[in-house]
Design a binder for this molecule. Structure first.
Ligand code: NDP
Length: 446
């Protein structure tokens, strides 16, 4: 049995009930065989085994009182996966589907993504099975305060710096930060995605979506293509989806779908800037559902319980959640003429879907590279906080663009070096892994 199969068997035995983590782990290690062959000392020093086991996992109870006076109990967690390159860094997800398996998969991906950004940040992730949807601001605040009352002792500006993810936006970061400050008596850059008036970086809200489209621009450029005049299908209608749509419009592309967990809307005339503003107001201010779009925009249709991949397009940007494109969806995309898929979400494509992209030789930007713009800009926020400084919008955006261009180049170079020309999936894994593995080797057996 090969070295990576042997290791994978061991982690399966250790955590048999963690399907998302096992999926993410296999997707990375299956591509690392040639790297280990070229670097036999990594095998002797058990680098893969160590990288697959989190440095620390914290699980805790989060009790809070709802508006009726009833006490509710959720589970909180933080997985501090790897600190070889810097303080743990990664978002918090509040969603009823959250399990330790999901947080471990996200934390594991985060290690390599953060390495690709070139910034000094390690990998971590956290969250809770709390669902902010349908809760009042007061309930969300009480939950966030209770969550931080335990988490605060495990984080710090040079220890672990959480950010947002699904269900954790500006409102939640504000409540979490307020409680951290109250408990620790420190005004420090301990969270990113903070408000613009109190330590947040300009462009951070836009960064994952904008960065995704900068990455797409580079992927297409390498094939002599461009976004201009092309049709894009986007899933999700949250933070990442909204700003990906905005940047596609900036580059002259057309966006024809957006979705949420109830279904998707299809607007064949295209979601233009005014319509996108309407969606942003619906989702961010009124906290409504995407189906409401069709009442206001009669040319559009709503498809209950469906995902948007059957709508013909040239570019597909999954920006909602994990495993949202399966084998059949991928085949439909390719058969309909889609030639580029780039992942705003983390692990939105199943392993079988990825096989379809590879067989169809379409451009494929895996999440750990394509959506790294968010965490990269979080790292820029940390730099600004540490310097007690605030950079102009143009400066942050230019730096984001530079980082995404560089990530694309690193992935392409690593893929070519290991005989997988043009395969950014393999390239991202290898380039990210080598940075972390070499740092771990330098730091001894820890
Ligand atoms: P938001 O909470 O802002 O938006 C999430 C969107 O995805 C919503 O439209 C939501 O619909 C939809 N969604 C969530 N869960 C499901 C589901 N199970 N099935 C169908 N639709 C679903 O989150 P973000 O935009 O921040 O995150 C989206 C993705 O991007 C996630 O995979 C996240 O990990 C990834 N990501 C985010 C980064 C960031 O900076 N925010 C950075 C890198 C990656 P509904 O409202 O109905 O729940």
């Amino acid at each position: 049995m090969s070295h990576v199969h042997d290791i994978f068997d061991k982690i399966k035995q250790r955590d048999p009930a963690q399907p998302e983590f096992l999926q993410a782990a296999w997707e990375v290690i299956e591509t690392l065989e040639p790297v280990i062959e070229r670097n036999p000392h990594m095998r002797e020093l058990a680098v893969l085994e160590r990288i697959l086991e989190p440095e620390r996992m914290i699980l805790f109870r989060v009790p809070w009182m709802d508006d009726t006076g009833q006490v509710q109990v959720n589970r909180g967690m933080r997985v501090q996966f790897n600190s070889a390159l810097g303080p743990y860094k990664g978002g918090l997800r509040f969603h009823p589907s959250v399990t330790l398996s999901i947080i471990k998969f996200l934390g594991f991906e985060q290690i390599f993504k953060n390495a690709l950004t070139g910034r000094p940040i390690g990998g971590g992730k956290g969250g809770s099975d709390f669902d902010p949807k349908g809760k009042s601001d007061g309930e969300v605040m009480r939950f966030c305060q209770s969550f931080m009352t335990e988490l605060f002792r495990h984080i710090g500006a040079n220890v672990d710096v959480p950010a947002g993810d699904i269900g954790v936006g500006g409102r939640e970061i504000g409540f979490l930060y307020g409680q951290y400050k109250r408990l620790s008596r420190q005004w420090e850059g301990v969270l990113t995605g903070k408000g613009q008036g109190w330590g947040g970086s300009l462009i951070r809200p836009e960064a994952t979506g904008y960065g995704l489209v900068y990455f797409v621009r580079e992927m297409l450029k390498a094939r002599g293509e461009a976004i201009d005049g092309r049709t894009t299908v986007i899933s999700g209608s949250g933070n990442v989806a909204q700003y990906a749509a905005e940047k596609i419009l900036d580059y002259g592309g057309t966006v024809v779908t957006m979705s949420d967990s109830s279904g998707f809307i299809h607007d064949p005339e295209g979601i233009d800037r005014a319509k996108l503003d309407w969606i942003m107001d619906l989702k961010n201010v009124r906290r409504g559902r995407i189906r409401e779009y069709v009442k206001e925009h009669p040319g559009a249709t709503f498809h209950e319980g469906k995902r948007p991949w059957s709508v013909p397009c040239e570019i597909a940007l999954p920006c909602a959640t994990q495993n949202e494109i399966d084998l059949e969806d991928a085949e439909t995309l390719v058969n309909n003429g889609c030639f580029a898929v780039a992942e705003g979400a983390n692990m939105p494509s199943t392993p079988r879907a990825i096989e379809v992209y590879e067989a169809g030789r379409i451009a494929y930007g895996p999440g750990k590279a394509a959506n790294a713009g968010g965490v990269a800009t979080s790292a820029l926020e940390m730099t600004q906080n540490a310097q007690f400084d605030r950079w102009e919008r143009e400066r942050v955006d230019a730096e984001l663009d530079r980082i995404m261009t560089e990530i694309h180049a690193q992935c392409a170079d690593a893929a070519a070096e290991f005989g997988h020309e043009g395969d950014l999936f393999v390239g991202a894994n290898i380039a990210g892994f080598l940075k972390v593995a070499n740092a771990m080797l330098d730091q001894g057996v820890v």
